[in-house]
Design a protein around this ligand. Structure first.
Ligand SMILES: [Zn+2]
Length: 461
């Protein structure tokens, strides 16, 4: 009996020993492989080249436009050449809104032409335009609090400025003015909405972005004026005379079109049903070529997947989703959520690149408390790339935030957004704004994150 116990103990000892040695061997390979991966990613031009290709060969790609259709073909072809194992297109119904001409003039107390752009989705003014007195509020809260009789028949102007922040906090606070300003102004009988551009550069490039309307409520035309022209209006207000504006915005909207989420998988060798999801959005605004928003993100996540694949098949599936129509109502993400609702539990973790092309400086997570130590495990592999450890209330990104609402664990690989809003949503969002060095750091962070999680057993919920 004692001999048997001794034998069992010995066998257990041997099993434990071999288990430890294989584990430490695996870890050794992983950390060695990881540093090889990081070295390669920090010198590869792949993400930068992909962003160059998308902005040059496709260019502007507003949802539902010809450019958008070309972008879908581009994405499929790139995924094929980058070695994805499975590529799928998911149909997404999108609005095909088109910008026409715009003229915005101050007619009193002095005559000035304003640099303005229609907000995305705006209805047109009558063909001959409209003229009205301007009434200024800082933001949507002040507009909501104002008496209707002061506003009826006027053009509402929301003057709130945004400031430069590393983490885009100022934009996050002001975005309601652009998204919902036309609804609140219409409730009070306004003829049109103007907003100060949500930009941080002193520039005459105005910033577009989506405007939303409410059913059974008048849809009023909406535009943004440049930050420089916003400063002009501020000066005109000091004369304490009525400011009148003449506005002519032409836009049109075709019937709904079909766009696509483009989804590429590198199928896991051991756990193909466990998915590490990296995201960006394929559509852009129509004014520039969508370089920082979001060709840089598309480049970073595609190249990250390719770099991981070059090291061999990961244990878990690595999925890249290039979402359709993020700018016009997150339609791609909503479709993904609806159609893959039953498979959301397969997503181990999701991350999205959509704050420009600046250096990634912080890791935020949104994991259940029980697995918060795994955030440290992930972080230690990203620290050499210059990241700080952030909080556990990660936003995730505009598309991924919708998944997070359905309990998908997310991380934010937070980019330095200090200069992002100098160009964001303007005609000046072009490839020359991208820095190769920052793009290399971005692809290194995404590749490292994907490699570590896709080759581990870590869970976050
Ligand atoms: Zn974006």
């Amino acid at each position: 009996m004692i001999a048997l116990v001794r034998n069992i103990t010995f066998v257990l000892f041997i099993i434990t020993l071999s288990l430890f040695s294989s584990l430490s061997k695996a870890n050794e390979i992983t950390s060695q492989t990881l540093s090889t991966l990081q070295e390669k990613a920090l010198t590869s031009t792949l993400a930068y080249d992909l962003a160059d290709s998308l902005t040059t060969e496709v260019g502007a790609r507003l949802a539902g436009s010809e450019g958008d259709k070309k972008a879908v073909v581009w994405a499929e072809q790139k995924m094929q050449s980058l070695g994805f194992d499975k590529i799928a297109k998911q149909a997404v119904p999108v609005r095909a809104w088109q910008r026409g001409t715009i003229r915005a003039h101050v007619t009193s107390p002095f005559s000035h032409q304003l640099a303005a752009v229609a907000l995305g989705g705006s209805v047109p003014t009558p063909i001959n335009g409209l003229s009205a007195e301007l009434i200024t509020f800082k933001g949507i809260e002040q507009l909501q609090a104002a008496p209707k009789e002061n506003i009826v028949g006027k053009i509402v102007y929301l003057s709130q400025a945004i400031t430069k922040n590393k983490d885009a906090a100022s934009y996050g606070k002001a975005i309601r003015n652009r998204s919902y300003g036309a609804i609140e102004a219409a409730k009070k009988g306004a003829k049109a909405l103007l907003i100060r551009s949500m930009g941080t550069a002193k520039s005459r490039y105005a910033h577009t972005g989506a405007v939303y309307y409410q059913k059974n409520l008048q849809k009023i035309p909406a535009a943004a004026i440049s930050t420089v022209d916003a400063e002009l209006l501020r000066k005109l207000e000091k004369y304490e005379k009525p400011i009148t504006i003449s506005l002519n915005i032409q836009t049109n909207e075709k019937t709904w079109q079909t766009s696509y989420n483009v989804i590429g998988d590198i199928i896991g060798s051991e756990k193909p049903n466990e998915i590490v999801l990296l995201a960006a959005h394929l559509d852009s605004w129509d004014l520039g070529t969508g370089a920082i928003d979001n060709a840089s993100g598309v480049g970073a996540v595609l190249s990250a997947a390719n770099l991981v694949k070059q090291l061999g098949q990961p244990k878990r599936t690595l999925r890249v989703v290039l979402f359709a129509s993020e700018e016009m109502g997150l339609r791609g993400a909503k479709t993904y959520l609806k159609e893959y609702e039953n498979q959301l539990s397969q997503i181990v973790v999701a991350a999205e690149s959509d704050l420009g092309a600046g250096k990634i400086w912080r890791l935020d997570t949104r994991f259940v408390d029980e697995y918060i130590t795994h955030a440290d495990d992930v972080y230690k592999h990203l620290m050499p790339l210059g990241l700080q450890r952030g909080h556990n209330q990660a936003f995730g990104g505009p598309n991924i935030a919708l998944l997070a609402q359905s309990n998908v664990p997310v991380v934010s690989l937070v980019q330095d957004g200090t200069n992002y809003f100098d160009y964001h949503h303007t005609a000046n969002d072009t490839f020359d704004k991208l820095s190769l060095k920052d793009m290399q750091q971005n692809q290194a962070v995404y590749a490292s994150f994907a490699f570590v999680v896709a080759n581990s057993d870590m869970v976050f919920k």
